[in-house]
Design a protein around this ligand. Structure first.
Ligand SMILES: Cc1cc2nc3c(=O)[nH]c(=O)nc-3n(C[C@H](O)[C@H](O)[C@H](O)COP(=O)(O)OP(=O)(O)OC[C@H]3O[C@@H](n4cnc5c(N)ncnc54)[C@H](O)[C@@H]3O)c2cc1C
Length: 252
């Protein structure tokens, strides 16, 4: 599924400048657009591939890099029977040019002016737009308390793992709650089960006060119902808006 592009985001050429393996199934690709564009944390781009016979395939990918940084990082999970993601994993190389357009999506975003505390909840590659928010907060306003509840099957599939743990270790108001669904937890504060209401409530309790905003995605996979994300009536003591990216779940 691709969001409708705004008139300001026509297709343009973008060059792959760097490729880095994140996990066995997820690799980051950095792009240099021919016409650099401003963006917000949480937005995505569409990429378009064109075969020699003219056949085209388009897919959407969230931007992982913080808005203020150069280049556009996309973290792409390989689906073995997919069309576009295996191309990136098996064929794409530094120096290649593809087409992209963006930024797209104006709802699932966090801006500095939104303030905090914020609760972020995601699983698997659903963490990508949340990573842009975490990085943005680190660069722009560390005073905003953030709890990231991140679910992965196993330790080796935790995307951005070293960076996230490094940020958590700073104890500067960013709190990483990792939960592994198919392995024991590795850190004392982490979990080894699917995200559930109790885990969410405990993450909220670790924030200095109830979240001002919660951003959650890939919830069906996490087995959380709409009513439970965020679980705002239990224990948090507050009432706050949330933004949820349902289309991501539907599209995957
Ligand atoms: C806003 C947004 C942001 C996204 N961000 C990211 C991101 O950051 N990282 C990321 O990895 N992905 C992201 N995605 C998902 C991404 O757009 C692609 O859907 C994903 O990469 C799979 O594309 P593909 O071409 O490899 O697979 P596809 O060819 O689209 O296939 C996907 C799956 O559907 C099955 N399938 C295909 N056609 C059919 C059919 N006719 N009938 C039944 N099954 C079929 C395939 O077998 C495969 O399992 C995002 C999606 C959206 C909408």
């Amino acid at each position: 599924m691709s969001a409708e592009p705004s008139p300001q985001s026509p297709w343009q050429a973008a060059t792959i400048t760097r490729i880095e393996r994140r996990t066995p199934r997820v690799t980051s690709f950095w792009f240099r657009p021919s016409r650099p564009f401003a963006r917000l944390a949480g937005q995505h781009v569409d990429v378009r591939l064109t075969a020699p016979d003219g056949y085209q395939a388009r897919r959407s990918y969230s931007i992982a890099s913080a808005p203020d940084t150069g280049g556009v990082e996309l973290a792409i999970e390989r689906l073995d029977d997919g069309e576009v993601s295996p191309f990136f994993h098996d064929v794409a190389a530094v120096g290649d040019e593809i087409e992209l357009r963006g930024p797209l999506g104006g709802h699932f975003i966090w801006e500095e002016s939104d303030g905090g505390p914020i609760l972020l909840v995601g699983g698997g590659s659903g963490v990508v737009p949340l990573m842009a928010m975490v990085r943005h907060r680190t660069l722009r306003n560390k005073a905003v308390p953030v709890a990231l509840v991140f679910s992965a099957r196993v330790w080796d599939e935790v995307i951005f793992r070293d960076e996230l743990i490094g940020l958590d270790d700073r104890r500067d108001g960013f709190d990483l709650v990792l939960t592994l669904t198919r392995e024991p937890a590795r850190r004392p504060s982490d979990y080894s089960r699917r995200v559930d209401a109790r885990m969410m409530a405990q993450a909220i309790e670790r924030l200095p006060k109830a979240p001002r905003l919660a951003l959650c995605l890939r919830l069906e996979r996490l087995r959380l119902g709409r009513r439970r994300c965020p679980d705002r009536r239990r224990r948090s003591g507050g009432d706050y808006p949330h933004r949820a990216l349902w289309s991501l779940t539907e599209a995957r």
